[in-house]
Design a protein around this ligand. Structure first.
Ligand code: SAH
Length: 511
């Protein structure tokens, strides 16, 4: 018995806008097939990724040409014909062998989609069924947040590739319109809106429903900055509520690759905060919910609630650059990757490794965002008052990535400058002598009664916070879940019924 061909509509870009039926069939199909340009990245695969199984067969149908330059004897049309013929033959081999094939289509499979080329070539011989999808027109209307058509108004869907005078004629004759296939066609589309007297009422929506969605007035769009995945919208009824316009006219971050990128693929480096989930920002929570892939040290990945369809790549805490490269590679293939750190991702954590790796020419076009978090120094300081209220330094005692001589020189310099110090990574099961060495160095500049705050697992289930003096600091009380704050000459500790309170005044008169 031969297999079945499914034309799967994936919706406009947000993986949550994939229908329940499409998600189920993507997971169940024997073969996942998708089109892509020659760079190999596939928007469709990125949208479908959360619903795919490991071990599924994949058919990558790579277009031979994306512009109208080809040396095929039949020109552009000839090259495309031949490509569709070959692609259909590849899918037919699976179908003949009894395998079900899910052919992915962004938006809806029968709405300006390459699915129809396969359907015309295969549906006469094999069983074929179409799963409709939410189109970009619906997503763009939702982005404007104003009714598109009402009553007996007429909606006209126009390809921006029509000549400008034809577009103008159609726009003048309709109540509402969506103009698709923008990009290099934009100047003509704008001219058509203007000639038909509708430019003032027209909007532009880029990458609707994705994390890089932008909404602008159609006349404010920069012609040089229009990707293919954008739409011009003319709502029928005059909007009665504000249109949520995007700030500024940010440039297209992906540069020359922008035309082929829906913007679903990106790396977001987040900090979960120290321990408690109340210290995870709403922005980070949202990024985690939208992720297709979570990458990070197992301890931190385990703090993220599991979501169906989301892949988790937990590793040990060594070789940060490999983890960063893996995250960038997944994103280049269309995944929405969240790299997790504890605390703030920019403080002795993954942000620097990811940004450093992203300078490699292979990854330059992959969007990278860093979302800040509450850092351990802030959390520990807050528990006792304000020991970091004046100038302070953050120093990691780890000599894994820098020599101990550098650590020692910095500790001495900061102590000599009379700044408080937040000490990260003070010890681990293998690194045990550094705290004692630090105490000796600091005692050369600081009095023995200088307040020291010892915060362990702050915000977590095993939280303990103690205030003691530099002389009494016992290295045996310090482990890798501890952060130390060593005061300056003006740091003061005093007793209250609720415990010791510590502050470093913002006024500075050295004694
Ligand atoms: N990015 C993290 C720091 C990672 S380095 C941040 O911004 O907080 C790891 C070190 O952070 C630990 O060795 C410890 O010194 C400190 N740390 C992290 N979470 C902590 C917590 N809940 N309580 C105390 N110290 C913590």
């Amino acid at each position: 018995m031969s297999g079945k061909l499914w034309g799967i509509g994936l919706g406009p870009g947000d993986p949550e806008l994939v229908t329940v039926k499409a998600a189920r069939l993507i997971g169940a199909a024997d073969v996942i097939a998708f089109h892509s340009a020659r760079h190999g990245r596939s928007i469709s695969r990125g949208i479908a990724a959360p619903y795919m199984r490991t071990g599924q067969l994949e058919e990558h149908l790579i277009y031979p040409v994306t512009t109208e330059t080809t040396d095929h004897p039949g020109g552009y049309q000839g090259a495309m014909e031949q490509f569709y013929e070959h692609a259909a033959q590849r899918l037919a081999v699976h179908l003949e062998a009894g395998r079900s094939v899910a052919l992915l289509a962004a938006g809806d499979p029968l709405f300006y989609s390459s699915y129809m080329h396969m359907h015309r070539r295969l549906a006469d011989r094999f069983e074929a069924e179409i799963v409709p999808g939410i189109t970009s027109v619906s997503a763009a209307a939702a982005a404007l947040g104003t009714p598109l058509v009402e009553g007996d108004q007429v909606l006209t869907i126009l390809p921006g590739t029509l000549p400008a005078d034809e577009l103008a004629r159609r726009l003048a004759a309709t109540d509402a319109a969506a103009v698709m296939k923008l990009g290099r066609t934009y100047p003509g589309v704008r001219q058509a809106f203007s000639e038909s007297g509708r430019l003032d009422d027209a909007y532009y929506v880029e990458r609707a429903s994705t994390s890089r969605q932008r909404v602008l007035r159609a006349e404010d769009v920069d012609d040089a900055d229009v990707p293919y995945f954008s739409i011009a919208m003319l709502p029928g009824p005059r909007p009665t509520t504000p249109i949520p316009l995007s700030a500024g006219t940010a440039t297209n971050e992906t540069g020359s690759e922008g035309d082929s990128s829906l913007g679903t693929g990106e790396v977001v480096v987040v900090g979960l905060g120290p321990g408690a989930s109340e210290w995870t920002t709403p922005e980070v929570t949202r990024a985690l919910a939208e992720a297709t892939d979570i990458v990070g040290y197992a301890t931190y990945v385990n703090r993220v609630p599991a979501r169906p369809g989301q892949r988790r790549h937990a590793s040990d805490n060594r070789v940060e650059s490999e983890r960063a490269a893996m995250a960038l590679d997944l994103a280049a293939r269309g995944a929405r990757v969240v790299v997790v750190s504890s605390g703030d991702p920019g403080v002795f954590a993954m942000a620097a490794a990811v940004v450093e790796e992203s300078a490699d020419p292979r990854w330059r076009s992959v969007p990278v965002r860093v979302l800040p978090g509450v850092t351990a120094a802030g959390a520990v300081a807050a528990r006792v008052g304000a020991p970091l209220g004046h100038d302070f330094a953050m120093i990691s005692l780890s000599d894994r990535l820098k020599p101990w001589e550098a650590v020692a020189a910095r500790l001495s310099a900061v102590a000599a400058a009379d700044m408080a110090i937040a000490v990260y990574n003070p010890a681990s099961s293998q690194r045990t002598w550094q705290v004692a060495a630090m105490r000796e160095l600091l005692l050369e500049h600081r009095k023995p009664d200088t307040p020291v705050v010892l915060g362990r697992d702050v915000g977590g289930p095993a939280e303990s916070v103690r205030v003691l003096t530099l002389a009494d600091l016992d290295p045996a009380d310090v482990d890798m879940r501890t952060l130390l704050i060593v005061g300056s000459s003006t740091t003061t500790a005093f007793e209250t019924p609720g415990g010791t309170r510590v502050f470093t005044s913002r006024r500075y008169q050295p004694s």
